[in-house]
Write a protein that binds this ligand. Sequence first.
Ligand SMILES: Nc1nc2c(c(=O)[nH]1)N[C@H]1C(S)=C(S)[C@@H](COP(=O)(O)OP(=O)(O)OC[C@H]3O[C@@H](n4cnc5c(=O)[nH]c(N)nc54)[C@H](O)[C@@H]3O)O[C@H]1N2
Ligand SMILES: Nc1nc2c(c(=O)[nH]1)N[C@H]1C(S)=C(S)[C@@H](COP(=O)(O)OP(=O)(O)OC[C@H]3O[C@@H](n4cnc5c(=O)[nH]c(N)nc54)[C@H](O)[C@@H]3O)O[C@H]1N2
Ligand code: SF4
Ligand SMILES: [Mo]
Length: 900
Amino acid sequence: MGEERKRYSEESAPALTRRKFFAGSMAALGAVAAAGVSGCSPQLSETGEDVPDQVDVAPANVLEGGEWKSVRCSRCGGGFCVNRAYVVDGTVVRMKTDDSHEDSLYTPQVRSCMKGHLAHRYYYAPNRLNYPLKRKSWQPGGGENSHGELRGKDEWERISWDEALDLTAQELRRIMDEYGPRSILSRAMGGNVVAGVEGGAASGFNPPPLLTALGGCISEWGEVSAGASTVVSTCRVGASSPFGKDYITRSHSKLIVIWAGDYAMSSPQSDNYFNEAKKNGAQLVYVGPWYNLTSQGLADEYIPVRPGTDGAFMLGVAYEIIQNNWQDQEFLDKYCVGFDADHMPENAPTGENFKDYVLGAYDDTPKTPEWASEICGTPVETIRKFAELVSQTKPLTISGSCAAARTANGHNYTEMLYVLAWMCGCDDFSIFPFWGGATANYIGFGGAGGQKYPESFDPTIGTAPYGNYDLSNALYHEDYFYGPAFCDTYNAILTGKFHHLAHGEQDINIKAIAKLSSNAMLNQISGIMHGIEAYRSVDFVVAADIFFTTDCAYSDIVFPVAAVWEKGFGTLSPGNNVVLGETRLTDPLYERKSDAEIQVELAKRLGLDENLIIQMPERQSDFNIFAGAQALDANDIAAGMKPLLTITQEDLDAFGVEGTPQEGIMPIGEFLEKGIYQVPRSEGDGMEQAPYAAFMEDPEANPLPTATGKFEIYSWAFKEAYDRFNLEAVDPLPKYVPAYDGYEASFTDWEKKIKGEYDLQFVSVHYISQAHSQLSDLAEANEIWPNNLQMNPIDAEARGLSDGDAVLVESAAGKIAVHVTVTPRIMPGVVLHGEGNGADLDEETGVDMGANDNVICGDRLMGIGQNPWNSTLVKVSKWTGKPLEARYQRPRRPNYAEEA
Ligand SMILES: Nc1nc2c(c(=O)[nH]1)N[C@H]1C(S)=C(S)[C@@H](COP(=O)(O)OP(=O)(O)OC[C@H]3O[C@@H](n4cnc5c(=O)[nH]c(N)nc54)[C@H](O)[C@@H]3O)O[C@H]1N2
Ligand SMILES: Nc1nc2c(c(=O)[nH]1)N[C@H]1C(S)=C(S)[C@@H](COP(=O)(O)OP(=O)(O)OC[C@H]3O[C@@H](n4cnc5c(=O)[nH]c(N)nc54)[C@H](O)[C@@H]3O)O[C@H]1N2
Ligand code: SF4
Ligand SMILES: [Mo]
């Protein structure tokens, strides 16, 4: 047995006895062992006492007795990738990725990354939740009974499903009757919830149907992935998340500027397209504080810019362009409003124009490269050279990510990125974390499952038919966004006051927190220390998850959830020009139940009509989504969208579902085997995406959906939209404002450059070995890519730190302990760490030994309710506490006796 294997099995051992690990599939193991799959001689005794510690070690050439099934990974949202699982009697023993065809630019293989390949390790990890749990000191009834102060410290006990469901139903009913729907908080943030909870009962911001059926609840609003960018984009561009041109068009760009995003880490498939452009001779420039994987792999030039100062950098570039008259004046005159005095929109109450702002007419501060350099840290010469390059090279692609908008002043990065593009005559700009290019519109998103959600009964909590999510135009509606913003929630719980989107401060009285079929909220939203205090103050906290996450650790009742592989018929998801599908691979192991089942069981106990939760078996509604999928047929583009799948009566009978046979592009059997449908592309195939083509052709006849119908450099609509939040004053022009907790704030004396206590800027990134909190406990991923704090040698030396040292990182919000990597790849004055680690608070010292970024990134309410993660100031010193292990060396497990 090799070293690595030994370590894995040792690590797995304490959580569950290995006898229990595969208790649900002993038959499968028998088959595996008999087939001689076990390359590592597992000892399977008659009694099953000592089963193989892992069965997925078989060399490919001895795989027998099972079949390859296509699954799909959407864990990180950074791609939707093809995974293939070798399944022996319901047990996945090995994984590979898309090998259904030759790889090419036009029909790329949709390969999964390391995290996708580790899906079986993840789903079979010994620290999965298997049984319902109760926190020992908690009793229903509220007040003293709850012993809320012990959340996160208490012991756990394994309880029966009946007990867990009865207790939860009883407590939710009591709180609803005593305090009403505004006392129950449903926590969800949409976004990546899609990664895990498909086929379940609810997703997105929508509260779980159970709570709506019970009478309603409070839910949160705000921004996660997109930072402060959506409202800017809607008002200035006319699209909430502008996508640029498609990847084939982009492969012919001469200059590609990648702003912030790290596609190699967070959207691996995008790298393909950029590589292709490079082969065609494109020059690639990367802009950001970290010489990250994408810049290492692709960039011809790396431009360092401090976090939160991109707006200043771009204003310096704009100044240089204007001074040299390099701007594309024709583009600006024809398609934009507000660039100069001659092209102002009709409604421009301040009367100021962009050009004069840049030249310093309104504030006596010309935005020269020298002015910018002092703020953004980029050498003046680099700013000048970049100005010439970006304005003089066509075709130009500007591919931004919202990481730089996940800042306190993130709107300014976003708006300046657009203005810079327009000054350069560029209509291929995007600002979205993934895909580095347009998602194609030649794929349908699957039919409706057929489940309907209950109406909200209580008019005081919003008028949306269900839930509250309507961000489609990124202009918030007060009726939908009636609860606190993410960064206001803990404050709301602790003070009884919250900031209502439209009506300012209001009263609130949260007594219960429910995390059902939703995200890892306590772990993933800013301000965990504040959050823990808030969680400890309420009567009841319930969480349902597949792992024992931070939310579970601070709950009273925990439900073990069946993962995507273990439930329903399967799942279907659209990717970048592909549709991916998978079917259920295994039955739920142990006592796990699906999210929907849990809510149905609770509904029964609450005397609610279970039809309010689901109207048909999950298997049927999942299948309906497959049956309703549509796509463009590459052989018959003129026909438009067609049903994707051919389904026969025999198929319906074999799957045990109801439906009508239909003619589609490919047989369902073939689709499920390959796991993928792609529209094959070719050069000049007429399927190119150019989001503004009609507008570019004739801007008067085809206006944009902005207030003026044009790209808005001056945008009064933007100012008005921001004003509605009542959190931050903005200008109709893209004026630079230093970020709260940004670079400027790290000084007590800016003129003399005297630093304050928190002297380093902290950046929180999406790390390669983790999908947010998922996989952060998995050794296989984290040993390859340790999630260390990145620090420049200049800063390390000043603090007496060496590579590999353990350090203490402190902000005004909290403290974490973590190991440091000393590297010139990060700018001096900036430190960077991967988000998502499970918090692991040492109660004595108040230090999070799990190194969760949200312990140090505080819950500051600003802008449009974005989490301003990348505007955080910290200080770093050598760790002097007890020896520090990395997060994955201490997988999270509830402490309870195995036997109920
Ligand atoms: N500091 C910092 N924090 C951040 C960010 C950052 O940059 N810095 N990024 C933010 C961004 S952009 C995002 S999108 C969010 C993502 O935040 P989340 O979406 O909360 O992230 P995940 O950790 O992927 O959470 C998925 C949760 O669902 C669970 N799960 C998986 N399958 C199922 C299922 O079938 N049922 C149930 N009930 N649970 C399931 C997983 O175990 C996990 O707890 O994080 C945000 N948080
Ligand atoms: N491996 C992995 N991939 C993921 C995810 C994951 O959890 N793990 N999550 C997915 C999700 S939900 C999202 S939203 C996306 C996010 O994907 P991205 O938007 O790419 O987000 P990050 O990785 O946080 O940041 C990318 C880069 O932005 C830089 N950056 C940070 N702040 C600034 C700034 O102020 N200015 C500039 N110029 N650069 C800055 C960082 O140095 C980093 O290299 O990733 C998706 N893909
Ligand atoms: S983790 Fe993200 S990039 Fe990796 S396989 Fe899954 S969806 Fe694809
Ligand atoms: Mo995200």
